[in-house]
Ligand binder design. Structure first.
Ligand code: FES
Length: 183
């Protein structure tokens, strides 16, 4: 490295040091600035809060429970098939439905609907749920998680971006109704 004639070695090292510190300072400032401006952008909906279409309501006949799939709203290009998720849609009557997360409330295995017995059954440890998602038997301590839904222009939409856990909004959905799913 050649030092300019009119600059001493010490002056050059001081300038390089200042430049290095400026770069590090800028990198450290990024999360601080993001934190400071976050209240301003907090009103914007994050991807997982989007309403996702499950399809026309006519796909879900009254009195039946049907399998449905949706694409996770917060995906990356390399997610591939893992971006697809599934759920169970129970249409009680023309305006009332229940949309269940497919994951068992015990350890998350996918449950399956058996119309013959009117039960959701989990293949992993034998968990069973009634048609309304409430716990019937087995190790799960609560009923199936439910997604919020709405009907818009004849289509069924759900809010399913957030993985259901005991602390998520989906967990408290059933407490809004008349009974708790836990036995
Ligand atoms: S994961 Fe379903 S019973 Fe254990």
């Amino acid at each position: 490295m050649t030092v300019p004639e009119n600059m001493t070695r010490r002056a050059l090292l001081v300038k390089l040091g200042i430049l290095f510190n400026a770069c590090v300072g800028t990198l450290l400032a990024i999360p601080i600035v993001r934190y400071l401006i976050s209240p301003a952008v907090a009103g914007q909906k994050t991807p997982y809060q989007k309403w996702l279409a499950l399809g026309p309501l006519t796909q879900f006949p009254e009195g039946q429970t049907r399998f449905a799939t949706f694409t996770n709203p917060d995906i990356r290009p390399w997610d591939g098939k893992t971006a697809e998720s599934a759920c169970w849609v129970r249409r009680i009557d023309s305006d009332h439905l229940q949309v269940f997360a497919i994951n068992c409330a015990h350890l998350g295995c996918p449950v399956r609907w058996f119309p013959q017995s009117g039960l959701f059954l989990c293949p992993c440890h034998g968990g069973a749920y009634y048609e309304d998602g409430s716990r019937a038997s087995g190790p799960p301590e609560r009923g199936l998680f439910e997604y919020p839904y709405k009907i818009q222009d004849g289509n069924l939409l759900i809010q399913a971006g957030e993985l259901p856990t005991p602390g998520s909004p989906a967990a408290s959905l059933q407490t809004i109704g008349k009974k708790l799913p836990c036995a």
